[in-house]
Structures are given as structure tokens and as C-alpha cells.
Design a protein around this ligand. Structure first.
Ligand SMILES: [Zn+2]
Length: 372
């Protein structure tokens, strides 16, 4: 809470309690904050440790994203589709007819998948997902059987593709073929060095439309708004990959920001913290606040957000690569809308792998502009 308050020596200090609507302290709201922050901290540290090895794996970007979605339980498994009432609960695993197929079953625990894993001598590791999370199992694989790590990620992808082919009536794929295609992808990768230089791509003139980041990089669009009367501010961000797929989005209301620039910087700080909690290693930070982009590029910032600025710079060093980009408002409209929702509709939420319904059309607009 204290870090939310920016101290400006030119102004008199005043106190308020951010967690209640009238600014007055209550024990109930303090207890709520304590339990929320402990959960969040534990969860983010845990995710950061294991998910980072996934993002840094030398595999195609689409497989990075697929494995991340598997770890976050965002794949359209039967269990997830039933929960969202998109299919009846009479749907079963396409291979073994087990009801309510979940991500662990689809990728590791189904007998069909177990045969494939047994073949490459990591079934002692993959069987562990019955008791631990997928990212913990992957973390253990990276530590104990590093040579099999990339193969394991690739096989997860091929097993999922084979499962989808069968689900869509395209017949059974032989288990050997699934294994061979994963090996084939790995061999192809070893011949083709991925263009890591793209992460420090030159700065292009400010665009009016959203543009996708380079392959393997996550673009983070941030925005914020402030109510002139009382300093209440809304923060918004959205993170997408090279093909425009939404990875995470968020809206958050802050009780107070001294200026729009301060709120914009707080939106960036929040987005960076979420990106690091998700284990993203290579990012482009994009905002329509040109004053901030200039500040970060030239290491110059006005005094009133200096401590915030230094904090952001320090966190940026933790990424494997991090570049700054200015975009005109038209190219940042989703982050703008998320910030507006926080400010005027009191929305305070994070969306893993999707956006609120009211924003879906804007995401589609950005995708359409990519095709032009
Ligand atoms: Zn099954």
C-alpha cells in the first residue's frame, strides 16, 4: 500500500486508506489485503521460477505459447469447455473415453499419451503430474534431464495436435508418428538458428495501428487515466504475442495518482510485474505516453516520478530483453479501454488468455489490421 503513494516534497502529505471506498481504515479491509498479497506473492514467485524455463526453451514460439497455456490451464480441454458450458458433459477423452478430460490427462496421464512418454524414458517424470503442477514437473525435468527438456515440450505440442486431429474426425495418428514429428521439429530447429537479434529491433516511426511484436517476443500495451477531480486513476494493460494471441490483460483502479504521467508509469510498473510473474523473458513495452518512452530511452525523467522510474528501470533489467515503443492512441485502444473500465466501471480484474466480452471486437480490429 505504501508503495502506491508517491511522495512529492512540494505538496503537503495526507493520509487515506486505499482499500475502502471512503478512505477510512477498517480491520476487515486490512485482513483482506494481507491474505490477498500473501497468495499473490507465493503464486507469482512459484510461477516465475518454473515458467521462465519454458519461455527460454529453444523451441518455436507457438510451442512456447502452447506450453504456457497448458501450465495456466487455458487449453480447450473437455473439462474446461464443460465448465464454460460450451459442450455437454457427456463428451469424453477421444482416446480412452475417460470423462471430463483435463489438461493433465490429455497431455500426460491418458494411457495413449503414457505409451509415448514411456518410449522416451521420461515417464517417471511425466507421471508426477498426477500430484504436482505441470510447471513444477517441467522445472524438475529441466533440472534433472535437461537433454530431454525441449523434446518434452515438443512432444506435449504434438500430443495435443494429435488429440485435436482425432477430435475433429481426422483419424488416429500412430504414436510413433507423433514421436517422430517431435524429433523432426527439433532437428529442423537445430539447423535453423532463430533470429534473436530481432529483439532489439530498431525503433520505427510511431504507428497509428497496433503492430505485432517479433516472433518470440511479447508486446505489452499499457495505458492509464486519471479523474481530474480527486486523482482516482485507472490502469490497463494487455499482453499479446507475435500472432496477436491474448496472453494476459488487466484492469486496476488506484485510489490516487498525482498526474497522468504518474498513472501511466504505474500502469507500466504493474504490467512489468505481471509479465515477470508469468515468466515472460522478452518484451516490448508500448504506451501512448511519449514522455515516458523518451524518459526511459534517454534515462531522464521529471522529479515527481523519479522513484517510480528507477523502480521500473531496475525491473526491466530482469528481462532477457526489453525495448520501449511509442504508439499513437489508435494503436493502444485496448489498454485505454481496460484503464477506462477500471476508472469509470470500477473493474479490478486480470484475464488470463482472454479479454472481457466488451473488448473482444477491439482485439479483432487489431488482428484485422495485421492482415493488411
Ligand atoms: Zn484418455
Amino acid at each position: 500500500m505504501i508503495s502506491c503513494v508517491h511522495i512529492n516534497p512540494a505538496e503537503c502529505d495526507f493520509r487515506f486508506w486505499d482499500a475502502s471506498t471512503n478512505g477510512e481504515f477498517t480491520c476487515k479491509s486490512a485482513y483482506w489485503i494481507a491474505t490477498q498479497s500473501i497468495d499473490w506473492l507465493q503464486e507469482s514467485q512459484h510461477e516465475r521460477k518454473y515458467l521462465k524455463v519454458v519461455w527460454l526453451a529453444n523451441i518455436p514460439g507457438k510451442v512456447n505459447i502452447f506450453v504456457w497455456r497448458a501450465c495456466m490451464n487455458l487449453l480447450p480441454t473437455i473439462s474446461n469447455l464443460v465448465t464454460r458450458e460450451l459442450v455437454p458433459n457427456s463428451f469424453n477423452c477421444v482416446h480412452c473415453s475417460t470423462p471430463m478430460e483435463d489438461v493433465k490427462h490429455a497431455l500426460f496421464l491418458c494411457d495413449w499419451a503414457r505409451d509415448i512418454w514411456a518410449n522416451i524414458e521420461v515417464s517417471n517424470l511425466t507421471n508426477q503430474v498426477a500430484d504436482i503442477s505441470i510447471e513444477e514437473m517441467l522445472g524438475g525435468t529441466k533440472e534433472n534431464k535437461s537433454g530431454k527438456f525441449e523434446l518434452m515440450l515438443m512432444l506435449m505440442w504434438r500430443i495435443w495436435c494429435a488429440r485435436n486431429s482425432k477430435a475433429h474426425g481426422q483419424g488416429d495418428l500412430e504414436k510413433d508418428k507423433v514421436k517422430e514429428s517431435a524429433y523432426g521439429m527439433l532437428q529442423e530447429l537445430s539447423r535453423f538458428n532463430r533470429p534473436t537479434e530481432a529483439f532489439t529491433a530498431p525503433h520505427h516511426p510511431a504507428s497509428r495501428a497496433w503492430s505485432a511484436p517479433p516472433y518470440g517476443v511479447i508486446k505489452v500495451n499499457c495505458d492509464a487515466g486519471v479523474l481530474g477531480t480527486n486523482g482516482a486513476s485507472g490502469l490497463g494493460f494487455i499482453m499479446r504475442c507475435h500472432n496477436g494471441l491474448v496472453l494476459v490483460a488487466g484492469s486496476r483502479r488506484l485510489a490516487f495518482a498525482k498526474s497522468v504521467v504518474e498513472a501511466e508509469a504505474k500502469a507500466i510498473l504493474w504490467a512489468i510485474q505481471v509479465a515477470q510473474a508469468k515468466g515472460f523473458a522478452r518484451v516490448v513495452l508500448e504506451t501512448d505516453a511519449s514522455i515516458l518512452v523518451d524518459a526511459f530511452k534517454h534515462n531522464k525523467v521529471s522529479h515527481h516520478i523519479r522513484s517510480l522510474f528507477l523502480h521500473i528501470r531496475r525491473l526491466c533489467l530482469l528481462f532477457d530483453s526489453c525495448t520501449w515503443s511509442f504508439v499513437r492512441r489508435d494503436g493502444n485502444k485496448i489498454a485505454h479501454e481496460l484503464a477506462r473500465m477500471a476508472l469509470t466501471d470500477n473493474v479490478d480484474d486480470m484475464y488470463n488468455g482472454y479479454v472481457p466480452f466488451s473488448i473482444e471486437a477491439l482485439v479483432q480490429d487489431d488482428l484485422n489490421s495485421l492482415d493488411v
